[in-house]
Design a protein. Sequence first.
Length: 94
Amino acid sequence: MWKMVLLCYFIFINLLGFALMGIDKGRAKRKQWRISEKGLFLAAILGGSAGSILGMRMFHHKTKHWYFVWGMPAILLLQLAAAAAAVYFFHGMP
């Protein structure tokens, strides 16, 4: 049960990260109110880093900002390392 909840959460948060990149890019083109960079990073930190990276690439958004180009993959790598450590700790070596 909890695995399904966790899976649904990660699907949701990655779709959200992807959508936020697309929405912010559209707003930037129309010179409208923007989603803060903190908000974009928050979605990634909460587990949506893969979706955020995909959104950056698909929408060509924030790709000239070094802290996004390097920061988003760094967040993803840290999350993958944490997930691997959690699997190892709770289930032993595969």
